[in-house]
Design a protein around this ligand. Sequence first.
Ligand code: HEM
Ligand SMILES: [Cu+2]
Length: 568
Amino acid sequence: MAAVASRMPGERGPEVGEFWTCLTTGLRVHRSVVPPLMVNAVTAVVFLLIGGLLALLIALTRWEAVQLLPPSWYYVVLTLHSWSMLIFWIIFMEVAILYFASAIVLNFRLVTPGAAWLAYVLMLGGSLLAAATVLFQDATYDQPLLTSYAPLNIHPLFLVGAIIFAVGAFLALGVFFATVWRASQEGAYQGSLPLVTFGAAIAAIIAVETLLGGAIAYIFQLLYAIGILKTIDAEMYRVVWWLLGHGSQQINLAAMVTSWYLLAHLTTGAQPASEKVSRTAFVLYVLFINLGAAHHHLSDPGVTSAWRIWNAGYAIYGAAMGSLIHAFAIPAAVELALRRQGHGGWLGWLRHAPWGNPAFAALAVSLPLFGVMGGITGITFGTEQLNMMVHNTLAIPGHFHGTVVAGTSIAFMGVAYAVIRLIGLRELISAKLATFQTYLFGTGMAVFVVTMMWLGYFFGIPRRHPDVSATPLATSPLLEALMGISGVVAVIGGSLFVLLAVGTLLFGRHRERGPVFMPTISGGSQAGLHSEPHDLRGTLTLCLIFLAVFLAIYATHWINLSSLWRIG
Ligand code: HEM
Ligand SMILES: [Cu+2]
């Protein structure tokens, strides 16, 4: 097995009685892993629900015909939405994924479960303190939107909450690294780390850098907020803050790609055509992705153009290369697996993919949506000159709902469905509804993202604004209505996920620990895989279409820019 460790169940281990075996995957699950993993995942889902309900309120405010919230509430709700979603939903889920990728994939126990609980308590306490402060603080304080730049007047208790949360997340990283380390010491796996653990480790390494950057930024800001520091260099603060802001998106990226490999493996038995190539692509992230933080300063006068263009324009392509490799490697692995099961034809294998399996649906929705809507626009909007057309418009939240919602959040929903079945040992109350939910949420999000980008790009509608009707901007009531309606559809799709996930944990039929989930899990050895030439016509075709779309979008942006900004 390539994606997960290949030890036979029950082969060795210090406390065999403490394990149970998942007969579906052959993975041994140690009792110590299950409670912290599930509690982190459930907490994540609760924050997703809260964030989703708040999303409904702001989507209905941005739709001018409805304009639900007054400005003061709009900013409170926007702040709570972004922290609940991008920080709490995503990071609690990532902690669960780290525990899965270490203890479970390595057939090992979670070392120091006490530290895992302490991490959880700190993260939960920190997040509740931060959220409560935002909700109840005096109106003289500014809202810490997800750019709480100094010298904004941010409430010290919010900063304390954010720092406590970060300490907890740091501790969870420690539990992950300690588990992987002990597993290697005790010979739980032979040779290299399994790819899923490797990808998670890459995410965790980026997370260490990210949290250190965040700690510096927020500790300085706290000292400033309580009056110990009298001044703070605003530009320097922005540069350091984005180590956190950008870095955390790259954790999300690495964790999402890892989830894709996991989902592909769990649902089709896929194994990467070349593990070496996939691992190299992950290493490119570690080497280059931090530099991409510069794309958040493309309109900042405080850093030089040379610095911005080098970091955001050249160096970042090292990381983009990594993503392009994964974009080929994952569909290729699925194509190979399905062909080996006898499904041939140019794209015929695709027809026989398990579209009705919610975990596969999550992969099939999130990978292309992320690539097209988040990835292409990320490169395009991250180009110094092109950025001028979209800076601070609705196109920017359009871009990142393409990455962290259509991409990461849907991938994590798929992981949640798989974990509920494999680790929670419950049968989904309705796999059909779960699959439907995935496509519904994906469709809603896709329309939502496109309309947001359209309003930002062609109409210049600003982001973070409760009422653009007060400005002389031309807008499009039709596009706004589409954005509002698709936002509502997405919230319904997302709520359905919460309902199904929590409902299954409470009322789902107990699952036999038997082989129900996957057609082929064990695959062959890597050597066997390479005995004949790979037939990857389908993936190649899909990737060429993707590159053509990429080229078209990139080129049209330059053409538009040249018509706006005539030179000579
Ligand atoms: C049903 C799903 C969702 C809908 C309808 C939705 C809608 C929105 C809307 C309308 C805005 C305000 C844009 C503006 O006025 O500038 C926004 C902002 C934002 N959303 Fe979402 N969202 C959803 C899910 C998510 C998820 C899952 C995440 C993260 C994982 C997320 C992260 C954010 C962030 C970071 C902001 C920006 C806040 C800021 O400007 O500081 N959203 N969302
Ligand atoms: Cu970034």
